[in-house]
Design a protein around this ligand. Structure first.
Ligand SMILES: *[C@@H]1O[C@H](CO)[C@@H](O)[C@H](O)[C@H]1NC(C)=O
Length: 486
């Protein structure tokens, strides 16, 4: 019996190692060489970087059950939000990268103390300063939540960089953009209530939105106004409503914006779910139940799905590595952490630690391309280029200046990149988090530099792809786990 177990164990082990060696290196040269290569490089199938035209959602077997909200990209086949945009089509990569730069500009502007709050009046919208940048651009991953009684399902962009949750509301007194679902009608919900402009929750809007709330004329309804770095905005009534995440997770009296005047690049989403750090964010309003813990996994391509989960009971990888959560001055909505170094192909770049400490670093679900201090980016870029000399280079695209023509390859050998965070935490980026594919003839390093070393460093969503990212705000830490969704 023992002999049988050990021989079948041996056989399994033998087959397994054979499979591993086979799959890790298609050309299977010597075992020694392939082993060394695997510590420093990924072999990436290029087809895995390109989104399919149909959505392949995660299945029940992948644990997408109770308590997990499905995360989809707003412009992909899993969202199906852009039927209305047929005329204009989906945004081009140039447009997407420009919007990303607008978001980054508004983050930098917000952290530079140049803001003075604007007063919201009932007529507002056209009078909101178009680019005050008080809140950052709108982000691009979507979840569906239920609002009201009876509950109406709405697709909302979730954003760790802002606090106020809002949706477009009937009667759209000034303007609503076209969205996928029917616009929320508070008069058809039995649990809807306006918030008074003399209440303390109304006053909390000033720090959450950067605008001083107003009072609706002829009533005491609190008016909010919020604008994003990409010139999107929402203005309307500050309200309370029942919000439903899953069958067992229902919250009464949730504070949100019922938008009467809305414009923006929300890609057909009904509004926004604010997961920032400030008082009125969803995370703070549900603190009693979830203890200010949430996590997500962003899918590798827009034709796959990820998840967003609240509380610590969800899907938590056993191999999570934590780094201390910190703060950044003037950025009380943002989650900050300490980036201390970067390695490329197993070699740590020689970047003076002061470069990272003087800029500070935030993690953001809405910024697409990570932004590094100028000095750090140029070190990363030259190390990456050195590793990629075997591939023909291609023209730059918008903010991405290191691109390759990989159209005649089916797979590419790309250097591994790891981020070193405070507390000795090393996070190896998923291979899907290193490249941005415009087309097979233009595959680019998915990082960009800030114009200097003092603007904040941003750990963006491309680099977070497929990682499980856990925000444990009560515990003062952020955790990272490997390959947690497709
Ligand atoms: C909320 O306030 C607005 C503006 O004063 C008003 O038109 C609307 O009827 C109010 N809704 C409820 C349910 O009180």
């Amino acid at each position: 019996m023992a002999a049988l177990i050990s021989s079948s164990f041996f056989l399994t082990y033998f087959l397994l190692s054979l499979c591993l060696a086979w799959s890790l290196d298609g050309k299977a040269t010597t075992a020694a060489k392939s082993h060394k290569t695997h510590q420093t490089h990924h072999t990436l199938q290029l087809s895995s970087l390109l989104p399919a035209t149909i959505c392949t959602p995660a299945t029940k077997e992948d644990n997408y059950n109770e308590g997990l909200l499905k995360v989809v990209h707003k412009n992909g086949p899993c969202a199906r939000l852009h039927q209305q945009d047929q005329a204009t089509g989906s945004p081009t990569d140039d447009q997407l990268l420009e919007q990303d730069q607008s978001r980054v500009d508004s983050i930098h502007y917000r952290l530079s103390n140049k803001l003075s709050p604007h007063n919201v009046q009932q007529t507002d919208g056209t009078t909101l300063p178009a680019k005050s940048g008080s809140v950052v651009g709108s982000g691009n991953y979507i979840v569906t939540v239920g609002l009201g009684t009876p509950k109406r399902d709405l697709s909302l962009i979730f954003d760790t960089g802002s606090d106020l949750t809002w949706t477009q509301c009937q009667p759209c007194a000034r303007s609503c953009y076209s969205q996928k679902e029917t616009i929320f009608d508070p008069s058809k919900s039995s649990s809807y209530a306006n918030v008074s402009c003399t209440s303390s929750s109304c006053s909390d809007l000033t720090s959450a939105t950067g605008n001083t709330p107003g009072c609706a004329s002829g009533s005491s309804t609190c008016l909010y106004g919020i604008q994003y770095g990409d010139q999107s905005f929402s203005v309307g009534y500050f309200s309370k409503e029942r919000i439903t995440l899953t069958r067992s997770d229902v919250f009464d009296g949730f504070l949100f914006g019922c938008g009467q005047n809305n414009r923006g690049l929300f890609g057909g989403a009904a509004g926004l779910l604010g997961l920032g750090r400030n008082k009125i964010s969803f995370v703070q309003q549900t603190a009693q139940k979830y203890n200010r813990v949430f996590s997500y996994c962003l899918p590798s391509v827009s034709s796959a799905t990820g998840y967003l989960s609240f509380g610590s009971g969800g899907k938590v990888s056993s191999s999570l590595k934590y780094t201390p959560l910190s703060t950044i001055s003037l950025g009380d909505s943002f989650y900050a952490l300490n980036l201390v170094g970067i390695s490329v192909a197993g070699t740590k770049l020689s970047i003076p630690p002061s470069v990272f400490t003087s800029s500070g670093t935030i993690i953001d679900s809405g910024t697409v391309i990570s932004r590094l201090p100028a000095t750090a980016y140029s070190a990363l870029r030259s190390a990456f280029r050195q590793q990629m000399t075997g591939y023909p280079s291609a023209a730059a695209v918008s903010i991405l200046d290191t691109c390759y023509d990989l159209s005649s390859y089916s797979s590419a050998r790309i250097p591994k990149i790891s981020f070193f965070f405070g507390g000795g935490t090393v996070v190896e980026l998923d291979p899907q988090g290193i490249l941005y594919v415009v087309r097979s003839t233009q595959v680019c390093l998915a990082f960009a530099g800030n114009s200097d070393d003092s603007s904040v460093t941003i750990f963006g969503n491309t680099q977070q792809k497929r990682l499980q990212v856990v925000y444990d705000i009560g515990g003062g830490r952020i955790g990272f786990g490997p390959a947690s969704c497709s």
